[in-house]
Design a protein around this ligand. Structure first.
Ligand code: GLP
Length: 261
């Protein structure tokens, strides 16, 4: 894993936006498939990407996107559906073709079949080139809660009480948070060619330490990223505060320009 410790959440967002911009430029007209995450963690990155688009330097015209997850039973038009969230927070403000922004169908009569169909659609599209991730306070990625199989595919999951309570801030009451979701599996996410995870704030420090320096374990689903050859974890100081080897990661970052000179 590449660990980048930024001074502030704003710097962290700019670093992640840089990675997006570089990947989009490298893909050129052949296009890129982005993996998009919801939650509050990537919002500042999306704002930075929108700013760069509006400034004229960054186009998503050759991009398509797959979302990580969706609540089961929430209408698409609901402002907390992830279908709506990603449009409101990001894709409606850039030049990506809306028809190419796909998400699991949480309104399907058969969510189990909808999950399998979504997994297949990602494969048929050639997979995800660049996936952005956040991390839950319990170490989940997407909605892969602790004890998710490390090789899981897109499927229906039941949220933990902790995740329901974490996400209640987006709803009027905790009872309105759906408890069932469709999420890309850890195996599905792990097939993305590059992954950038962003985490900011002290509330993520324990989960980040478990992901980066803890054992590979289904109990910390994000630790599955240890198996991936191209993961960058971008943190602010607070989210990095429980890393034992933080000085080593800073040293690597300082020395990196010498390797590429
Ligand atoms: C949510 C999402 C995840 C997200 C995580 C953290 O429930 N399913 O994709 O990374 O939990 O959320 P936040 O960034 O709001 O802390």
């Amino acid at each position: 894993m590449e660990i980048v410790i930024a001074s502030t959440p704003e710097d962290a967002a700019r670093i992640v936006a840089d990675r997006f911009e570089q990947a989009i430029a490298a893909a050129g007209e052949k296009g890129i498939t982005l993996g998009l995450a919801t939650g509050s963690s990537p919002v500042a990155t999306y704002q930075e990407l929108i700013r760069r688009h509006q400034a004229g330097g960054l186009s998503f015209a050759h991009a398509r996107a797959f979302l990580l997850d969706e609540y089961v039973g929430l209408p698409r038009a609901h402002e907390q559906s992830y279908y709506r969230f990603i449009r409101d927070q990001f894709t409606a403000h850039v030049d990506i073709d809306d028809a190419g922004v796909l998400s699991p169908n949480g309104e399907a009569a058969d969510p189990v079949a909808a999950a399998a169909a979504y997994d297949a659609a990602i494969g048929e599209a050639g997979g995800v080139d660049l996936q952005i991730l956040g991390i839950g306070s319990n170490g989940h990625i997407g909605f892969n809660e602790p004890t998710s199989s490390l090789s899981s595919r897109t499927r229906v999951k039941t949220l933990t009480r902790r995740t329901v309570e974490d996400n209640a801030r987006f709803f009027d009451t905790v009872d309105q948070v759906p408890v069932h979701v469709i999420t890309q599996g850890l195996g599905t996410i792990g097939e993305a060619r590059r992954i950038v995870l962003i985490a900011t704030g002290e509330g993520k420090a324990d989960a980040v330490a478990a992901m980066v320096e803890g054992a590979l374990s289904a109990f910390c689903p994000a630790s599955s990223l240890q198996l991936h050859p191209a993961v960058t974890v971008v943190l602010d100081e607070a989210a990095a505060s429980k890393l034992e080897n933080a000085d080593y990661y800073r040293f690597i970052q300082e020395e990196r320009p010498r390797l590429t000179r």
